[in-house]
Unconditional design. Structure first.
Length: 73
């Protein structure tokens, strides 16, 4: 179960980054766009905290950077 939880958290983080990427090119403007992006980043922070409990803070931080680079290019 441990590995599947880690995989699920990584998938959720990638999905949030994908939504952010799409939002940067989407139709939302101004405050609404900023609020959506802020919400997505807060979710990433929550998932990172959960991931850190499984694999440690350093590894979770590296995973976040890796996923960001994969999705955002």
């Amino acid at each position: 179960m441990h590995q599947s939880e880690i995989a699920l958290l990584r998938q959720r983080i990638a999905e949030e980054y994908e939504a952010i990427k799409q939002g940067l090119n989407g139709l939302a403007w101004g405050t609404a766009k900023h609020e959506i992006m802020d919400l997505r980043m807060r979710r990433v922070d929550q998932y990172q905290g959960q991931l850190a409990r499984h694999i440690g803070e350093s590894e979770a931080t590296l995973a976040i950077y890796d996923l960001y680079n994969q999705v955002m290019g």
